[in-house]
Ligand binder design. Sequence first.
Ligand code: PLP
Length: 288
Amino acid sequence: MYSTDARVWKDNAILLPEQATISVFDHGLLYGDGCFEGMRFFNKKIFRLDDHLQRLQRSAAALTLDLPMPISDIYNALAALLASTPLNDGYLRLVITRGVGSLGLDPSRCKTPDMFIIADALQLMPIERIEAGLSVITASVRRGNGDGLDPRIKSLNYLNSILARLQANVAGADEALMLNQQGFIAEGSAENIFLVRDGMLLTPCDTDGALAGITRDTVLQCAAELNIPIREQHLTPYDAYTADECFLTGTGAGLLPVRCIDGRPLKHCPGDLYQRLHDAFHKRQRQL
Ligand code: PLP
């Protein structure tokens, strides 16, 4: 449930959640036709805003979805929402939909794309659960490759991830890892993945079926600063089972240490590299 502090930008107005509505004919709702960004703000400043808006533009371009307004107006809408929310720190969800169309899925029938932005408090995973480390499973649901919906598009269609997450729920696990069509690890259902082996930080390339996460990129920058060696490479479940450490990263999640994968405990949780990168990331995120 949203909090009493939640506010929504829509049609150039700041609304309470109850006042913000969307048409039942919007193709974002009917077909998942649209894209979005999830961002965090601290002291009313958005962490890596330009990078989020760049990824949004790429997602929209890949879907041949016109942004409903010039990018400068999107910056202004975000600023207006931040000025009006009672929250100093929180989470933003910026959603672009194909807009209202007929009941057929043909996007050419949708004349005007739509946009709304939600600002609310972030519901973090309880600290005890993070400190205990996550139990993850490998989902049988796989990430598609670029033949279909490219996982690098942050689209409104998350059913593939949701199917994986359902498997984790049934297994009593906290999260699911997803493999790509070749059997390489792509990412979690909504986070990127890192492994640590012999002091080296390993992560799949986004071409292995992962979203190019902004948290992932920030962790890579922190690792470079700390002189931690990094390798972006194919990773298999064997690599994960035999790693020294594993952690997941995402805007909402932050950095989450993994305790076990498919019932196999990791050597360290939370590990030394996780801790160093977590601290460096935390510092960077709040140095806006
Ligand atoms: N992978 C998927 C599928 C995601 O949905 C997300 C974020 O929502 C991420 C990775 C992490 O990306 P970011 O760090 O930019 O939030």
